[in-house]
Design a protein around this ligand. Sequence first.
Ligand code: ZN
Length: 117
Amino acid sequence: MALVPKMLQVLGEELAVVWSDGAESYLPLTTVRRLCPCAGCSGERDLLGRLAKPPGKPLTRESFQAVSTVPVGGYAVQIFWADGHSDGLFPYVKLREWAEHPPDLPPVSAFPLLPVR
Ligand SMILES: [Zn+2]
């Protein structure tokens, strides 16, 4: 049986997930946002497999605040971020993988966050 969330909600600065196998995951939103799988964030491969990655947009504090989440097709969740971004569909298998094996990302302080308006 596919692993799906029994519960998924934003708790403060984390995405909290209770899985169908009873496990619980707490993913920092700063991590989730930077792993956004959409073409605009992660780039897109052309027919020859070359990765075209657009220049990164500057992230702001709002970039790491989730406004709402919507389940998509039973396999992923779409996250609406406070900076207006919502293109990424986050597959559940990826969320679980990131929770169990946190990706090696530079600290958020390494990013030049724009000042809060
Ligand atoms: Zn994105």
